[in-house]
Write a protein that binds this ligand. Structure first.
Ligand SMILES: [Zn+2]
Ligand SMILES: [Zn+2]
Length: 151
C-alpha cells in the first residue's frame, strides 16, 4: 500500500500530468471541431438556414391562420356581412366604427389586427359594424355610403 507520503509527494506531479492531458485533449477536439466545421461549413450554414426558413414559414402560416380565425370570429359576431350592401366574403370585410373615429382608435390599439384583438378582449362591444371595403371607403370619404346597391 503506497504511503501517504507518496501521494503528497506526487500530488503536484499528478495534477500537472492531468492538466497536460486535458489541455492537449481539448485542443485536439477543438481542432477536430474546427476542421469539421470548415469542411462542412456550407452544409451547416445550409442546414441552419433551411431550419430557420422552415421555422419562419411555419410561424407565418400559424400567425396567418390565427389572425384569419380571429377575424372570422369578430366578423361573424357582428353579423358576418356588410351591413350596407350585404357582401359576405370575409377577405374584403372590415370592422367599422359606426360613429367614426376609427382610425384614431385603430392606431391606439395597434392597427387592424389590434382592433380585432381588442374587440375579442372586450367581448364585442356595441358601436361597431361590418362594412365591405367599398362601402367602408366611400363612407370614409363622404361620411355615408352613397353607392347604389341592388339589394
Ligand atoms: Zn358593402
Ligand atoms: Zn354601401
Amino acid at each position: 500500500m503506497p504511503s501517504k507520503d507518496y501521494y503528497s509527494k506526487h500530488k503536484e506531479a499528478l495534477k500537472g500530468k492531468r492538466k497536460v492531458y486535458y489541455s492537449s485533449h481539448k485542443t485536439i477536439e477543438q481542432i477536430n471541431g474546427k476542421i469539421y466545421r470548415r469542411e462542412h461549413s456550407l452544409e451547416i450554414v445550409k442546414m441552419k438556414k433551411s431550419w430557420r426558413d422552415d421555422h419562419r414559414q411555419h410561424m407565418r402560416d400559424y400567425q396567418k391562420a390565427y389572425r384569419y380565425n380571429r377575424k372570422l370570429l369578430v366578423i361573424n359576431n357582428y353579423g358576418g356581412k356588410c351591413v350596407c350592401c350585404g357582401f359576405d366574403k370575409i377577405d374584403a370585410l372590415t370592422i367599422d366604427h359606426i360613429d367614426g373615429g376609427g382610425n384614431k382608435h385603430r392606431r391606439e390599439i395597434g392597427g387592424t389586427n389590434g382592433l380585432y384583438k381588442w374587440l375579442v378582449q372586450n367581448n364585442f362591444p356595441n358601436g361597431f359594424q361590418v362594412l365591405c371595403a367599398n362601402c367602408n371607403l366611400v363612407k370614409s370619404i363622404r361620411g355615408v355610403c352613397t353607392l347604389e346597391h341592388s339589394k
